[in-house]
Design a protein around this ligand. Sequence first.
Ligand code: F0G
Length: 455
Amino acid sequence: MMQDTHQLRCTGCARVVAQADLKENFRCPDCGDLYEVEYPAWSVQAATAAKRNFPNPSALRWLWKERRTSSGLRDLSGVWRFRDLLPILRDEANIVSLREGNTPLYALYRAARATGIASLYGKHQGMNPTGSFKDTGMTAALSVAYERGFSWVACASTGNTSAAMAAYAARAGMRSLVLIPQGKIAWGKLSQAIDYGALTCQLRTDFDGCVRVLGDVVRRAPVYLLNSVNPYRLEGQKTPALEIAEELDWRVPDHLIVPGGNLANSSALGKAFLEMKHLGLTDRVPKISVVQAEGASPLYRSMQASDGRELTPVEAHTRASAIRIGNPASWKKAVRVVHATGGSVEQVSEAEIALAKAEIGAEGIGCEPASAVTLAGLRKFIAAGKIDASETVVLLLTGHTLKDSEYTIRYHRGDLLRDEELTALRAEIDATRRNPVELDADPDQVLRTLEQGAR
Ligand code: F0G
């Protein structure tokens, strides 16, 4: 039998299993915790890792850059270009790719001026094939599903995971089952799942309810679970960290700020930076901080109450529907990364999120509401003295602005937020609103409006 390239270690009890022994819900049968992929030759956790087996950092840096000039499918992908750090497949012919990754690291000039942070960047994962960071994880985990011969894949989702899964499944000629909370996901995302041919079930519950139902479904039917409890998703989601380091010439930023929902992404990025340092690709790790919406902030509350030892699920409410999650599956992994990197956890209000989203839009970049929590959070970290002006900060922008255009239109029309939510931010919000003007088909009216606009 062919040797596996990797093994899986339970993040709770440290038990190690092979891929074939993973349960369908990806939880450890002994302690119920989640697994992490480990490569015995060099992983941070691996007991057997001996330095002589480590890949050569200079050779890797050169190879990854060189692959950018190749036209092979594996090299065109910004995930599989780094395949040396995610050897999860037995045969790379099984890669299912839509040329994900290789996303831009934008300098955020206006936000830098407004916050006083000289080096401020947005790593825009919304510039992936289906418009969110989920594509990097999906190419990894769906390729595993394909290699293992599954014909159906499934996820519960606040929208982006389902869009990504549906696209990659279609690409591989596989079927996909999507469970989404009825009426609670943005239209752009729902339309993608349908467009890519998923069997889409809108359940009369919230995201956490969809997760519970799917847990039962995967026990009773041969469908492969693609939620972020699947550890292979996280291997793909490591690659934006590699891209950030590469683009900054292997100088790691001081701080990376990530939105928090189900809390897998912060853990994946943390794993990547810790692995890079372990292998000698970089000489330190950035602080990784997580920002949640006030109405959906179980991690923030957990950190306040018990420094992340216990988490009490909440009933989640926020207009940033992507992160409307009350019982995050990967919270323990996120706590570990925040502690290991010296980061923090914050929560931000609906008005703070909306204003930050408008500011990122005004950069000519834009993002979906859930991504904007990063800029709102940055302001709070500066105010609390946790980030200073000389630091290099990267905001992880997770989704494209077109994912939730209804939110944007309502913000600019002025009917997104209730009066009591606006409070101290009313003037700033009013100054950023750009509602379309309705006019007759008359050049004079347009010229008068132009004059007013120039003032
Ligand atoms: N930003 C966006 C745009 C998201 O779609 C999500 C999660 C997150 C941030 C949070 O990432 O869960 O790893 O902490 N969306 C999932 C979904 C839950 O179903 O699309 P996380």
